[in-house]
Design a protein around this ligand. Structure first.
Ligand code: PLP
Length: 392
């Protein structure tokens, strides 16, 4: 043992590549370069004023002390109502845990349940943190590979074929980052049928992008559609993406009591309660007006349509129209020879030409890159011009 030696768990993970790209873009900007960042996943809208007011009011009221570790009674009640109203899940306040962002909820759930040798099925392309978290916990990542031609969605049979006695989770993200994949009610019912045959498998349903679906169909989620499986499903939601509150760091999760208790036990010995001011703001987000969400969704849909059309008009690039969230996963396979078949080189090339994107390989994909369309049409227009020039 020497000072500075890292734990085996830490040695299994690396820093989030999306953050790495954003940091590099900031460095270049600090050096005076004009860089458009399409690498980060956060809405460009201002946090709604009633949320800001609630945060200020909490400060003025002296709401600045420890709260119960897993969240205030008010926020748990508001989150339970949110789960019922927006996701159709019958959640009790006592079965809600409030965390510092959806990220912490996912980490806690895995850290509380995954042991060395456990297998976690992760549809790929995946959100960057899923495999890292699984590896940190000593679990084995089992990729469930999806394809653009299928809208990056898997069939229940493909999922079932990967299940072994060691499988303990499926990580299901709909609408998905980075693919925009949205699972319909019938697809989820098919996944439910598989789960009924394999009682050892739990599902982490990451619904953090729930309001951002462009098909017009109401959001579908497994715990609402298959209530008989509810004791095996953890549903994660929050306010970061839906309410433009990424900096507040509030996530909420609901699931079986034993898991909620275990997550709380971990939280009580690590971060403690989420920030009191942020919790007050999140109550306002869940309980206040929701009508602006429809306007935001419409704005995102228009941007998506513009980006998809423009990308598909650039020689060598193609993307399906994502059904949800605010990302396009762009295929650049015909151009990859120029970049030694390494999409990190492609991403760096685009950065040098003034646009920060994230290589598809960061998400377990290949030969392409992800852009976020959570930026104004003017910014997206300029970014697309730069991408076109850079790849001409
Ligand atoms: N899940 C997915 C799929 C995400 O893309 C993100 C954020 O990028 C999160 C969870 C975490 O969100 P939060 O900022 O609330 O921790």
């Amino acid at each position: 043992m020497t000072a500075g030696s890292l734990s085996q768990a830490l040695q299994r993970i690396e820093a989030s590549p999306t953050t790495a790209m954003t940091d590099r873009a900031s460095e270049l900007r600090a050096a005076g370069r004009d860089i458009i960042s399409l690498s980060v996943g956060e809405p460009d809208f201002d946090t709604p004023p009633h949320v800001i007011e609630a945060a200020k009011a909490a400060l003025d009221a002296g709401d600045t002390r420890y709260t119960p570790v897993t969240g205030t009674a008010r926020l748990k009640a508001a989150a339970a109502r949110h789960f019922k109203r927006d996701l159709g899940i019958a959640a009790e306040p006592a079965s809600v845990v409030v965390t510092a962002g959806g990220k912490q909820a996912i980490f806690e759930a895995l850290a509380a349940t995954v042991s060395a040798g456990d297998e976690v099925i992760v549809p790929s392309p995946w959100w960057v943190s899923y495999p890292q978290m699984v590896r940190f916990c000593g679990g084995r990542v089992v990729p469930l590979i999806t394809h653009a031609k299928d809208g990056y969605r898997f069939e229940p049979g493909e999922f079932e074929a990967l299940i072994t006695p060691s499988t303990n989770w499926l990580l299901l993200n709909s609408p998905g980052n980075p693919t925009g994949a949205v699972y319909t009610q019938s697809m989820l019912r098919g996944i439910g049928d598989v789960l009924r045959r394999h009682p050892q498998v739990m599902v982490l349903s990451d619904d953090i992008y729930a309001p951002l679906s462009y098909s017009g169909a109401p959001h579908a989620t497994l715990a609402a559609l298959c209530p008989d499986l509810a004791d095996r499903i953890l549903t994660v939601s929050g306010v970061s993406k839906s309410h433009a509150m990424t900096g507040f760091r509030i996530g909420v999760a609901t699931g079986p009591d034993w898991l909620i208790e275990a997550m709380g036990r971990l939280q009580s010995n690590s971060s403690g309660n989420p920030a009191s001011i942020s919790q007050a703001a999140a109550v306002a987000a869940f309980e206040g007006p929701q009508d602006f969400l429809g306007q935001w969704r419409e704005t995102f849909r228009q941007r998506r349509d513009m980006v998809v059309e423009r990308v598909n008009a650039i020689a060598g690039l193609s993307t399906p129209a994502p059904d949800g969230a605010f990302y396009c996963l762009i295929d650049a396979a015909p151009l990859m020879q120029r970049f030694d078949s390494d999409d990190r080189k492609l991403a760096l090339h685009l950065l040098e030409q003034g646009v920060a994107v994230v290589a598809a390989s960061a998400f377990g994909g290949r030969n392409g890159f992800r852009i976020s369309f959570a930026a104004s049409e003017e910014v997206l227009d300029e970014a697309l011009k730069r991408i076109e020039r850079a790849l001409a």
